[in-house]
Design a protein around this ligand. Structure first.
Ligand code: P6P
Length: 321
């Protein structure tokens, strides 16, 4: 079954469905295929490396050429979908109001176009993370206010991992499904339906270089995990680390550090979508105290600490916090 036929089959489950939502998911699929092609050809087309001396994104992070390209590709693919009202990207300071709700802009798509792109030069897996929310009449012209919704209100979320194969993980609130891009036919094909994260796995994923600056509870957890014989897996690319955690179990953590006292990862287009995927797969995703999807956002680029993965493994961390 292709992604397209899966989406249409899902749509038929909802008699009142207008097809709007499916139209957006097909745009995400199109941009994923296009970005995958660019990532595959990066060395050949010489789009690796940094995008001009001074180019930095809103967070002062050096922008990679492919970041910019991926951002533009997604903006164009999604921008021409008549039911998309707002697009918000990690690469842009402000969200883009494309159509007011009254003009048919019923959804907002928030995304990190190429997360982990600093790893591109070394052929490490990078990814696109997306979160889809419905727009209400509450903020007809204030794009940022309209999209600052709790993660629990996401209608869909997922990611594309450009790794040894191109994998698309999607949830629309009815389980998590995995598709792999079959380059020979140019379609994402369904390879696993309703993925459930393993309940237990003695693996943690964290950048231990920052251990000295973690809050005490995290240090105690790591000491405990070392004594319990846990193994460590950390790629430094969130989509790759979360994908492994989804399929193999374990816990992925990005705690508060000296450099990022509130955590490094962004709530709206990294933590929230990943939290929806992990929870839909039967796992848990918290910020150290509460569920990530219950956090009330205050800004599009707000950061948060993240602990997500197998419920039992997340709860081991929680006990020390
Ligand atoms: P650190 C990549 O830059 C990223 O945003 C995520 O993909 C990844 O999980 C994290 O930062 C890695 O951060 O501090 O361990 O290099």
């Amino acid at each position: 079954m292709s992604l397209q036929s899966h989406i249409l089959a899902e749509e038929q489950q909802y008699p009142g469905a207008t097809g709007d939502f499916s139209w957006i998911l097909s745009a995400i699929s199109l941009s994923a295929k296009t970005i995958a092609n660019k990532v595959r050809r990066a060395r050949i087309d010489d789009v690796l490396g940094e995008h001009g001396e001074s180019a930095q994104n809103v967070h002062g992070e050096q922008q990679q050429k492919l970041d910019v390209l991926a951002n533009e590709l997604i903006m164009r693919c999604l921008g021409d979908r008549a039911n998309v009202g707002v697009l918000a990207s990690e690469e842009d300071e402000e969200p883009r109001l494309l159509r007011a709700r009254g003009e048919g802009g019923r959804y907002a798509v928030l995304f990190d176009p190429l997360d982990g792109s600093s790893n591109l030069d070394f052929c490490v897996g990078v990814g696109t993370i997306f979160s889809i929310i419905k727009l209400s009449d509450e903020h007809p012209t204030d794009a940022e206010a309209a999209i600052l919704q709790q993660g629990v209100h996401q209608v869909a979320a997922g990611y594309v991992l450009y790794g040894s194969s191109v994998v698309l993980i999607l949830t629309t609130g009815r389980g998590v499904h995995m598709f792999v891009l079959d380059q020979s036919i140019g379609s994402f094909v369904l390879v696993e339906r309703d993925i459930k994260i393993p309940t237990v796995s003695k693996t943690y994923s964290v950048n231990e270089a920052y251990t000295d600056t973690f809050p005490p509870g995290y240090k105690q957890y790591l000491s405990w995990a070392h004594q319990e014989g846990y193994s460590s897996r950390y790629i430094g690319s969130m989509v790759a680390d979360v994908h492994r955690t989804l399929l193999k179990g374990g816990v992925f953590l990005y705690p508060p550090t000296a450099q990022h006292p509130s955590g490094k990862l962004r709530l709206m287009y990294e933590a929230n979508p990943m939290a929806m995927v992990i929870e839909q797969a039967g796992g848990k995703a918290i910020n150290g105290e509460t569920a990530i999807c219950d956090m009330s956002p205050t800004g599009l680029h707000q950061r948060t600490s993240v602990i997500l993965g197998s419920t039992e493994e997340v709860e081991h961390v929680q006990r020390f916090l």
